[in-house]
Design a protein around this ligand. Sequence first.
Ligand code: ATP
Length: 355
Amino acid sequence: MSIEVKNINKKFGNFVALNDVSLEFPAGELTALLGPSGCGKTTLLRIIAGLEQPDHGQVLLDGEDASARHVRERQVGFVFQHYALFKHMTVFENIAFGLRVRPAATRPSESVIKEKVTKLLELVQLDWLADRYPPQLSGGQRQRIALARALAVEPRVLLLDEPFGALDAKVRKELRRWLRRLHDELHVTSIFVTHDQEEALEVADQIVLMNKGHVEQIGAPKDVYNNPASPFVYGFLGNVNLFRGRVHEGVLQSSGIAFDAPDHAKTQDARGIGYVRPHDLEVDRYTSGAEGIVVQLRRAHAIGPLAQLELERDDNGELIEAVISNERFGLLKLKEGETLVVRPKRLQVFVDDSI
Ligand code: ATP
């Protein structure tokens, strides 16, 4: 089922939680709603589910206005951060719950329920836990059972609100891969709320980046990561170095260094900032007359495949972070305290008098 929200506005008192949000969630895709705490992700999810009413705007499910449809009629499956399993019921009964509470006319027979629950337990790869109670499960197992329970009623939409938020980093990573594989099998239109950019980039087909109640950017993970539409998106999707200066006719001048800014060919003397990801900096040992920004190597963390370099600019004392391969770090034989030169391989300039 496709989902569309149109011009959604929501206030809590005087506080604007959602400001004219319009979005499409394509059928069968997994979309991540990503953004900092308090940006309105959960409020939007609750409005789509019918748990909250917008002040203005529409939710369209498969093109049909859902305003008059009750939560139950929207056929939505939920998974929340805090496991909402019934403690006094076995895993089997938890998954069967949504089927058992159906009105007699649509309730499946006992044998159909058994078959369905068994299949779902196999799908989440926990069939051996059917007779356990939730307190006897690990956090990750509970979330997989919560997902099986949400899927039991064959939802047309699956809404996941920080489903792995309470788990430790390693389990989180395992579960998000598992969720992606499961999604590829089932293709239920899914919306996944997270404030973890790495999780969103790895799991989603589409990312919606939100900030202070509005949408900053929508796109495939690689598009939003490679072409951030705003300084906010740049900063939110990973580490970034800022080079402040003035932009004039396609050139950013920052501390006496000229950077190409072809997107701003027509700009006349404006304030601008160049954004450069740490891995988009080329690093070399300094030689007299070398072009680039002269820096001192303050610290190097060379663990695993990458070496993270903390550099201090000679001209203004600002810190720069660079990431190079550990192999190159080894070849260069860099030592802390050495003078180096860095050059951006890729830089995006934003011009705005408010930045
Ligand atoms: P988090 O990642 O922390 O869960 P979020 O992006 O999901 O954040 P929301 O839960 O949607 O954010 O909340 C958006 C804003 O609306 C927050 O500032 C929150 O305090 C406010 N808010 C949410 N629900 C209510 C409510 N029932 N009454 C008053 N303010 C609310």
